[in-house]
Design a protein around this ligand. Structure first.
Ligand code: UDP
Length: 235
């Protein structure tokens, strides 16, 4: 295995499958199977899941809800996804712990760094729900921050496309894919891989990011084994 400890970032939208909202049970099951393959090889796995399939704070202001309130709604949305994912992982025979950035004591543990690391060492998959726990942040920033805190070797950003392109491949047919990029290049080309907070955290802490297609069977496994797929962003 190339990595001992990874942080997998899944967007909320990826859980929608073919739908426009909510959680597709087939997609959830597929993800659980992909994660299990890697877990069975002994890789320690932490997961950050977004909430965009249910709610994002930026939507709030359009509907008369204040932004901060909206961000907390978004954080709760990530917890709903995290609980669904936890359930799917457990049904597929994995041991898990859900840790939340905001206190939801009846449902899960609060995030405590040392405890998260201990869970990983014991072979449990740790899911970080509710983001960092503060408004005006995203789950990409959560992924970068938690990865640094738990000393993960890489952030694997699972998306619907197979890497970072020169332009949006769904709109521009001439767009080509980067196999690797430096943080500086990605920044100068304004490639929008993660929000700036998330991206800067990775850059300043030398934490590699790999953007890859999570919906393709076997991709997560290939990455864990060191195969070069997707786009690697590093110093
Ligand atoms: N959010 C937040 N603080 C955090 C993480 C998330 O306020 O630390 C809120 C924010 O409103 C965000 C929403 O939760 O839009 C859902 O997360 P995100 O948009 O990152 O989900 P994704 O795009 O990955 O599905």
């Amino acid at each position: 295995m190339k990595y001992k400890r990874i942080l997998l970032k899944l967007s909320g939208e990826s859980l929608m499958g073919e739908d426009n909202y909510g959680i597709d049970p087939n997609r959830l099951q597929k993800y659980a199977e992909e994660i299990k393959k890697v877990k069975d090889l002994g890789v320690e796995i932490a997961i950050v899941i977004g909430g965009g399939n249910i709610y994002r704070g930026v939507q709030a202001e359009k509907t008369g809800i204040d932004r901060v309130q909206g961000d907390y709604m978004g954080m709760l949305a990530t917890l709903i996804n995290a609980m669904a994912l936890q359930s799917a992982l457990e049904q597929n025979g994995m041991y898990t712990r859900l840790m939340s950035g905001i206190k939801v004591e009846s449902v899960c543990e609060p995030f405590i760094r040392r405890r998260a690391i201990r869970h990983l060492e014991k072979g449990r998959i740790v899911i970080f729900g509710a983001g960092i726990g503060n408004p005006y942040f995203t789950t990409d920033s959560t992924a970068s921050l938690r990865a640094i805190e738990i000393e993960a070797e890489v952030v694997l950003k699972g998306t619907r496309v197979d890497g970072v392109y020169t332009a949006d491949p769904e709109k521009d047919k001439t767009a080509t894919k980067y196999n690797s990029l430096s943080y500086q290049e990605a920044y100068e080309k304004n490639l929008n891989i993660m929000d700036m907070t998330a991206f800067t955290l990775c850059q300043e802490n030398n934490l590699p990011i790999i953007v890859f297609d999570m919906n393709k069977d076997g991709n997560l496994m290939k990455l864990a084994q060191g195969e070069e797929i997707g786009t690697l962003i590093t110093s």
